[in-house]
Design a protein around this ligand. Structure first.
Ligand code: THU
Length: 136
């Protein structure tokens, strides 16, 4: 799948973002190895800590369907009334959550628009990560 199309999915996912406290709306589109795309948005909560980022919403939706192998994720985020987008990188918790299921070569696509995006490998965004091997 072209990353332009994956970014379009992330913008569509952002439409459902629930962020009444921060006003920062995020959408993510996670491309599985089987070609399926899982959408996620941020879901905030009045108690704050139960909230979820868009990336983890997408990841856990996929895992809940039994899908555990992924190629890439596109992320778009901006304030509700923003006139333009800046690149929105996954937070540290989401990088760690993705690393549980995704290979080092997994690609993170941060986008300002369907045509203006940057691509990073997961191991560039999370070097020296903590994984299952660390527990052996
Ligand atoms: N957020 C995400 O959903 N993904 C990111 O990559 C960065 C931050 C959300 C969490 C919170 O709902 C809001 O954006 C402000 O931090």
């Amino acid at each position: 799948m072209e990353y332009t199309a994956l970014v379009r999915e992330a913008f569509a996912a952002r439409e459902n973002a629930y962020a009444p406290y921060s006003g920062f709306l995020v959408g993510a589109a996670l491309l599985a190895e089987n070609g399926k795309v899982y959408r996620g948005c941020n879901v905030e909560n009045a108690a704050f800590s139960p909230g979820s980022c868009a990336e983890r919403t997408a990841l856990y939706a996929a895992v809940a369907e039994g899908v555990r192998r992924f190629r890439a994720i596109a992320v778009v985020g901006a304030k509700q009334d923003a006139e333009s987008f800046a690149f929105c990188f996954p937070c540290g918790v989401c990088r760690q959550a993705l690393s549980e299921f995704c290979p080092p070569s997994f690609e993170v696509v941060v986008a300002k628009s369907e045509t203006d995006f940057q691509v990073y490998r997961l191991d560039a965004l999370l070097p020296y990560g903590f994984g299952g091997d660390s527990l052996k």
